[in-house]
Write a protein that binds this ligand. Structure first.
Ligand SMILES: *[C@@H]1O[C@H](CO)[C@@H](O)[C@H](O)[C@H]1NC(C)=O
Ligand SMILES: *[C@@H]1O[C@H](CO)[C@@H](O)[C@H](O)[C@H]1NC(C)=O
Ligand SMILES: *[C@@H]1O[C@H](CO)[C@@H](O)[C@H](O)[C@H]1NC(C)=O
Ligand SMILES: *[C@@H]1O[C@H](CO)[C@@H](O)[C@H](O)[C@H]1NC(C)=O
Ligand SMILES: *[C@@H]1O[C@H](CO)[C@@H](O)[C@H](O)[C@H]1NC(C)=O
Ligand SMILES: *[C@@H]1O[C@H](CO)[C@@H](O)[C@H](O)[C@H]1NC(C)=O
Ligand SMILES: *[C@@H]1O[C@H](CO)[C@@H](O)[C@H](O)[C@H]1NC(C)=O
Length: 680
């Protein structure tokens, strides 16, 4: 099962046009909008190359030796026992020896990509930039899950703002294809479908499609969160307010040709059936090609950023500005700021076209301190019915930013400003926040909750790294002088003992490891690591800025990584209220997921290996020959309620699942006011 309504790739032939031209990649060259079938014809035209296949499997397999969670993910404890249950190494071995061979290189790609997605861990992904998110396939009808205020029942709807968003983003020519696809009486009437109730998707209950997508979308442990990814949502980026169409209306692979929906348009009683084609749009910064050969050369082979480098060799690492994929945070002038963040197909592209949140839904009048991903607002006292205690809002779209110092300062200035203006209650909206700087998560916890035992000297989680044989050899090489300028992740100067005393240098901190049996498998981890963020570079306030019990942390459940570090410490240690908006009412919503502790990817691990002069080790992954990325969790945070195990698979149940109505959905200000009025 590949996805909802998926057609079998082996059966999906190229269209007539591609056949006539002979070369299916020539048929889609120099075009912005094409059909998914035509993209698939190009993608599936390359047979499996045994040498490339072995290379990919070997790099992924050996990189996973640095991923903390391989054995935990064989079978997670409740409440995730049904959600995380995968033997990724066994799956790779099966893919490696699959007979008959996959029908195409693209089918092989799907198998490897899905083997990692089955971990439901947004840190651990395999991406091939030859295929993933090169074309994005869209529908003009993003969906939302609304609650009918008259009976409290939930129904899937086309988003009320669907037509406004789609027509602004896609333009008339692209929209015409969809307008013309509507049945006779409706032709040109796409706008009249905004807000319509969706009774059936491909002749089945809409949740059959929601759950089929939740099985393959990966990224989050919690089923409720994976269901929520199907639906449209808002987000705050560094550049502005953006709109996520959700997995139904926005797919990073060209797998589905069309969808049929039975709809009840708003204000009508009759039911109409519509079939809409997906349309695939080429990434606007894609390198051009004119045939299969130039397509492969432009998109599918390793480039100077794919593999790591020896940081002490003559060749300097490629400059960040030339980065095709902004995986690396910009280097801070004085300190390494480490990252814990989701790795998604779209993030590996230098520039994705963000779709704008409609002006009518965009919060107005951001306050002092607002900038980039952090925006501050004060709610209207009349709208929240509480003249005694005003409610301030922090919208935080990410814990990453192009300037660490600016983000750190903005959080302090903005929250202090809200407090000075009389806010006693605080809404922190982390919708679609995929994490970022670990120390910004600690900082935000510290400045909201004030100085206390849960914030000093550690405002985050204690962590552990995996201690496989090659990791241990890297640390030993560093202890013997391989990294005199502290450029490497494994350098002891970055880390501290469990009691927060910094490691001395040189120190072979993986010299002695903690052996542990995980799901019946022998495994080894580092000693427990303490805080690496304090003292902060900026002075935190001497008092709490807010009473954490008057703080609500709000999202669609899609709060991950450093966002989880912040939310979990605020909820479990400080008593903040957690709110998920719009989740299915009979599914326990998780207020965050994909905790990790620190994330990284193959390129960085390869740099460690090369700089430690260990590339000739039999455990070292070779260089990728393809244009690929593998993400991993490098450190895991220890649990708060059960400190003997990782926080990753412990429960994070949202206190409240706020039902969305047509008035609230994707309208941040309306959602915040509702929370201030009914929850805080
Ligand atoms: C690409 O398409 C544009 C407009 O459709 C056309 O002007 C241009 O000549 C084409 N380029 C190539 C290399 O075919
Ligand atoms: C993965 O690596 C391990 C250890 O080197 C090896 O035993 C195993 O055969 C490899 N699996 C595959 C599919 O290459
Ligand atoms: C719409 O489709 C459903 C089932 O797919 C069918 O029962 C119904 O008659 C169709 N309605 C119209 C108006 O075509
Ligand atoms: C295709 O592109 C390649 C590389 O850019 C170029 O050398 C070649 O002449 C082009 N072929 C055609 C038919 O345009
Ligand atoms: C905004 O914050 C800055 C820095 O704290 C402060 O100097 C300035 O007076 C503030 N402006 C307003 C309008 O509050
Ligand atoms: C709030 O309501 C009161 C009474 O209706 C009105 O006088 C006041 O101007 C309102 N304040 C705002 C900020 O709208
Ligand atoms: C790897 O190369 C280094 C020299 O660069 C050598 O000292 C070492 O013995 C080699 N190791 C293996 C396993 O071949």
């Amino acid at each position: 099962m590949l996805g909802f309504g998926i057609i079998s790739l082996a059966l999906a032939g190229p269209t007539l046009a591609a056949n006539l031209l002979g070369d299916p990649c020539a048929a889609i060259a120099n075009q912005t909008w094409v059909s998914p079938a035509d993209v698939r014809a190009c993608f599936t035209s390359f047979p499996v190359d045994a040498e490339l296949k072995n290379n990919i499997v070997e790099v992924v397999n050996k990189t996973l030796a640095f991923h903390t969670s391989v054995n935990y993910q064989r079978h997670a404890p409740p409440p995730f026992s049904d959600d995380v249950h995968a033997d990724v190494l066994g799956d790779l071995a099966d893919i490696s020896s699959q007979i008959p061979e996959f029908p195409s290189d693209f089918d092989l790609h799907l198998a490897i990509s899905r083997a990692l997605k089955r971990l439901n861990d947004g840190h651990c992904a395999y991406i091939n930039l030859c295929y993933d998110a090169l074309f994005i396939s869209y529908l003009p009808t993003p969906l939302v899950l609304l609650t009918d205020p008259s009976d409290g029942l939930q129904h899937v709807h086309i988003a009320p703002e669907a037509h406004t968003v789609a027509s602004a983003e896609f333009g008339e020519d692209a929209m015409r294809v969809w307008q013309d696809a509507l049945p006779a009486g409706l032709k040109g009437g796409l706008e009249s479908l905004s807000g319509a109730e969706v009774l059936l998707i491909n002749d089945e209950d809409p949740f059959v499609a929601v759950d089929a997508n939740a099985l393959v979308t990966g990224k989050f442990q919690g089923r409720g969160t994976r269901q929520n990814l199907f639906f449209a949502s808002y987000m705050r980026t560094e550049d502005g307010w953006a709109y996520q169409l959700g997995d139904f209306a926005q797919q990073t692979l060209p797998l589905i040709d069309e969808v049929t929906m039975a709809l009840r348009p708003s204000g009508r009683q009759d039911i109409v059936n519509v079939t809409l084609p997906y349309r695939s749009r080429l990434l606007d910064v894609a390198e051009p090609w004119n045939d299969s050969t130039t397509f492969r050369a432009a998109h599918c082979v390793a480039n100077e950023l794919t593999n790591g480098v020896d940081l002490y060799a003559d060749r300097p690492p490629a400059p960040a500005s030339a980065a095709q994929r902004p995986l690396q945070a910009p280097r801070h002038p004085t300190r390494k700021h480490l990252i814990n963040a989701l790795l998604e197909d779209t993030m590996t592209r230098q520039k994705m076209q963000d779709i704008e949140l409609p002006v009518a839904l965009t919060p107005k009048k951001p306050l002092n301190g607002s900038g980039g991903v952090a925006q501050f607002y004060m709610l209207d006292v009349n709208a929240t019915d509480d003249a005694e205690e005003k409610t301030g809002v922090l919208m935080l779209g990410s814990f990453a930013a192009s300037d660490f110092d600016a983000l750190q300062k903005s959080l302090l200035v903005g929250l202090q400003g809200l407090k000075d203006a009389g806010a006693k209650k605080l809404v922190v909206d982390v919708t679609n926040n995929g994490g970022g700087y670990i120390c910004i998560a600690h900082w935000l916890h510290r400045i909201i909750a004030g100085p206390k035992s849960t914030t000093i000297p550690q405002a985050g989680l204690q962590t552990e790294a995996r201690a496989g044989p090659l990791a241990r050899r890297i640390v030993r090489a560093i202890a013997q002088g391989a990294d005199p300028d502290n450029k490497l992740l494994y350098n002891p100067l970055n880390w501290a003992f469990a009691n927060h005393t910094p490691f001395p240098a040189p120190y072979d901190w993986l010299g002695k490891v903690v052996d542990r049996t995980v799901n019946g498998q022998g495994d080894a981890f580092s000693q427990e690591l303490g805080d690496e963020c304090q003292p902060f570079e900026m002075d935190p306030p001497v008092e709490a800025l807010f009473d954490p019990r008057k703080v609500a942390i709000v999202s669609n459940g899609r709060c991950a990584s450093s966002c989880s570090l912040f939310s979990i410490t605020m909820a479990k240690e400080e008593g903040a209220t957690t709110v998920v908006v719009g989740g299915k009412s009979d599914i326990q919503q998780q207020y965050c997921g994909v905790v990790g502790g620190q994330s990284t990817h193959f390129t960085e691990i390869d740099t460690e290996i090369k700089t430690a002069q260990l590339k000739n080790d039999s455990l070292a992954p070779p260089d990728f020959k393809t244009n690929s990325v593998v993400g991993i969790t490098w450190r895991l945070g220890f649990g708060i309620e059960d400190p003997t195990g990782p926080e990753e698979w412990q429960d994070h149940p949202a206190d409240i699942n706020l039902p969305l109505t047509a008035e609230l959905v994707n309208n941040p200000m309306a959602i915040w006011e509702r929370i201030a009025k009914t929850i805080l």
